[in-house]
Ligand binder design. Structure first.
Ligand code: VAH
Length: 325
C-alpha cells in the first residue's frame, strides 16, 4: 500500500486531493503537510495524520518522509498566477527552491513525485487553439516561468537519476470546497458564489476570452490516475496537457442563467488578469494523456454548473441555517 505525503494539503487543490487520496488508500496512508498558520481543520484534520511541512525547508520534508515511510509525494505548494506577479521572488522560492528540496529527497528516498504544471506554462507565442503537447513555452509571467522550470527540472530528475516524476498541466480548476487563492481563473468560481448569493457578478475577464477549465473531481482523478499509470506506457512525464472544457465568461454566465434566469453579470476588466489570460491557450490538445494513460474527463460545463449550484446552495444556506439556530 502506498504511503503518501501531500505538501500544501490545505490549499485549493491540496485540501480536496488529500481527502480523495485518503478515500482511495486509507486515511493513515496519507499525511497532510501544511505550513504554520494554515493547519488542517474539520474532516481534513480528523481523517488522517498531518505534519508541518514547509517545502522551502528540506529538513521538514525529510522528517516526515522517514517517520511515515513515504513513497509518493504530491507537491502542491505554489503561488498562483496573480499573486505570483506581486511576489515573484517568493513564487520562485516556493515553486523552484521548494521543488529542488522535494526532488533531492525523492532521489535519496526513492519517492515518486507529482508537481503540477499549468496552462500558465504557455506564453503568447504558443499556438492558442488546440495547444499541442510538445510546443513552444515562453511564458511572460513569473507563475509561468516557475511552471516551465518545474517541468524541465522534473524531467531532468527522471532522465538523470531515474526519479519517478509525473505531472499534468492543469486548466483553471473549479471547486465548491476551498475558495480559489489568487488566480486568473478565479472568476469561474466566484461567478457561482455570486449566483447562489443572489448577487450581480462583476466579471474581471473580458467577454470572448477563452480559457481551459476543469471541475475539481476531474482534476483529482487526473492527478491520481497519472500517478497510478503503467510507467511503460508513458512517452511523456512532465507535463501532460489535460482538458475538459474551454469557455469564455459569457458562456459560463449563460450556463448559470439556464437554471437561475434572474442572475445578472457586468464586466469590469482587471488589466493584469486580462493580460495573463490573453497569453494562455484557448484550448489544449490532450491526445497524449488520453493515449498514454487513458485520461477522460467526466464533467462538462452543464453538469459542472448543476453540481456547483447544488453544492454551494447546501454549503451557504445550510451553514446559514446552522448559524441562525
Ligand atoms: C491560476 N487557477 O489562475 C490558477 C491556474 C490555469 C490557472 O494555474 O493561476
Amino acid at each position: 500500500m502506498k504511503n503518501i505525503l501531500v505538501i500544501g494539503a490545505t490549499g485549493q487543490i491540496g485540501s480536496e486531493l488529500t481527502m480523495e487520496l485518503r478515500k482511495r488508500y486509507g486515511g493513515d496512508h496519507v499525511v497532510a503537510g501544511y505550513i504554520p498558520g494554515a493547519a488542517p481543520c474539520g474532516k481534513l484534520k480528523e481523517s488522517g495524520p498531518s505534519a508541518i511541512v514547509d517545502v522551502t525547508d528540506a529538513a521538514s520534508i525529510e522528517v516526515v518522509i522517514k517517520e511515515h515511510g513515504i513513497d509518493t509525494i504530491y507537491n502542491m505548494a505554489a503561488l498562483l498566477s496573480v499573486v505570483a506577479e506581486s511576489k515573484p521572488v517568493l513564487a520562485w522560492k516556493i515553486g523552484i527552491d521548494g521543488l529542488w528540496n522535494v526532488l533531492e529527497i525523492a532521489r535519496a528516498y526513492h519517492c515518486s513525485v507529482f508537481t503540477p504544471s499549468s496552462i500558465g506554462s504557455f506564453g503568447p507565442e504558443t499556438p492558442h487553439m488546440m495547444t499541442p503537447q510538445d510546443t513552444i513555452q515562453r511564458p511572460r509571467t513569473m507563475y509561468g516561468v516557475t511552471k516551465v522550470t518545474t517541468e524541465l527540472l522534473s524531467d531532468y530528475y527522471y532522465h538523470k537519476y531515474g526519479v519517478d516524476t509525473r505531472s499534468v498541466r492543469f486548466p483553471g480548476i473549479i471547486s465548491n470546497v476551498t475558495p480559489p487563492g489568487g488566480g486568473t481563473t478565479d472568476y469561474a468560481v466566484d461567478i457561482y458564489y455570486a449566483a447562489v448569493r443572489g448577487e450581480k457578478f462583476v466579471c474581471p475577464i473580458k467577454e470572448g476570452t477563452l480559457m481551459d477549465m476543469m471541475y475539481m473531481p476531474d482534476a483529482l482523478n487526473a492527478s491520481i490516475s497519472l500517478m497510478e499509470a503503467d510507467p511503460t506506457r508513458l512517452m511523456h512525464r512532465n507535463s501532460f496537457n489535460i482538458a475538459a472544457m474551454s469557455f469564455a465568461p459569457e458562456t459560463i454566465y449563460t450556463s448559470i442563467c439556464k437554471q437561475m434566469p434572474q442572475f445578472k453579470m457586468v464586466y469590469d476588466v482587471d488589466p493584469l488578469k486580462q493580460s495573463i489570460a490573453d497569453s494562455w491557450p484557448d484550448s489544449m490538445d490532450d491526445t497524449c494523456a488520453r493515449q498514454e494513460w487513458d485520461w477522460r474527463p467526466s464533467y462538462n460545463l452543464e453538469s459542472m454548473t448543476t453540481d456547483m449550484l447544488e453544492k454551494l446552495r447546501n454549503k451557504l444556506f445550510n451553514k446559514a441555517a446552522l448559524v441562525s439556530e
